[in-house]
Design a protein around this ligand. Structure first.
Ligand SMILES: Cc1cc2nc3c(=O)[nH]c(=O)nc-3n(C[C@H](O)[C@H](O)[C@H](O)COP(=O)(O)OP(=O)(O)OC[C@H]3O[C@@H](n4cnc5c(N)ncnc54)[C@H](O)[C@@H]3O)c2cc1C
Length: 220
């Protein structure tokens, strides 16, 4: 597949140099972001809800309770919008006007489809668990038939997805370079804290899994 194989329906207009349309850039951001925001219209009103997502190939999956109104609206089918955002740094310019963030984001618009095939549903559930903690699926009890029935899974194609990124130093106007105060970038990243083992673990001496001991949101 070529790097631009999903097609481009829209282009970034503000700062067009920050727009990226290739599969690798879009997938890397979707895979690193822990959560997305899902925008849907329910009974004529807009709603934006945070939820976990997982990308598998050219699709992104979201899941929830069978009764979840946001997922029902997404799979009605109706046009919906899914976004992810990674904040990489604070950009502290000399002028207030040129303050910014370094970021990577993706916007996907399209029509969601309910996943009815149980094999695909299970595959997507595994992808969701692995998206949060790669390696975790093997350590988790598999879903029961009842749990599978109680779960609504929706897929959204990545056709036309757009990435936008700001990277690099402050960009001040030349006439502001004499300003005497500090200017620059404060990089930010997600870091894991110390694990908190559950007090009811059947095996209280079970070692902390490797995938938690070295947990990072992998950047590629
Ligand atoms: C980081 C994160 C990850 C999540 N991941 C998942 C997931 O993978 N699957 C899942 O089903 N849910 C997830 N949730 C919860 C999700 O945001 C919704 O609350 C849930 O899906 C219920 O959706 P619903 O359409 O049934 O909402 P309803 O319960 O019908 O919502 C009714 C109203 O409650 C309010 N509301 C709903 N959710 C939120 C919220 N999160 N914050 C503030 N107000 C809210 C809104 O006004 C909404 O219209 C996640 C939440 C967070 C913060």
């Amino acid at each position: 597949m070529s790097s631009d194989a999903r097609g481009v329906r829209h282009r970034v207009r503000r700062h067009p140099e920050r727009g990226h349309y290739d599969v690798d850039s879009i997938d890397a951001i979707l895979d690193e972001a822990l959560v997305c925001h899902l925008g849907v219209v329910i009974r004529g009103e807009p709603w934006v809800l945070p939820t976990i997502h997982a990308r598998v190939g050219d699709q992104v999956y979201v899941h929830g309770a069978v009764a979840a109104a946001s997922l029902k609206a997404m799979a009605s089918p109706a046009v919906c919008c899914l976004t992810v955002t990674l904040v990489d740094g604070l950009v502290l310019a000399r002028s207030a006007f040129n303050h910014s963030l370094n970021y990577r984001s993706v916007v996907v618009r399209g029509f969601g489809t309910l996943v009815s095939d149980p094999v695909e549903k299970l595959m997507a559930l595994k992808a969701l668990v692995e998206h949060v903690a790669p390696g975790r699926w093997e350590d988790a009890r598999p879903p029961s038939p009842l749990e599978l029935r109680a779960t609504q899974m929706v897929r959204l194609p990545l056709a036309g997805a757009i990435a936008k990124m700001r990277t690099g130093p402050v960009k001040d106007d030349v006439e502001d370079l004499g300003w005497p105060h500090w200017a620059g970038v404060l990089p930010l990243q997600v870091t894991a804290g110390a694990v908190e083992p559950d007090s009811q673990m059947a095996n209280p001496t079970a070692p902390t899994p490797e995938y938690l001991a070295n947990y990072v949101r992998a950047r590629r």
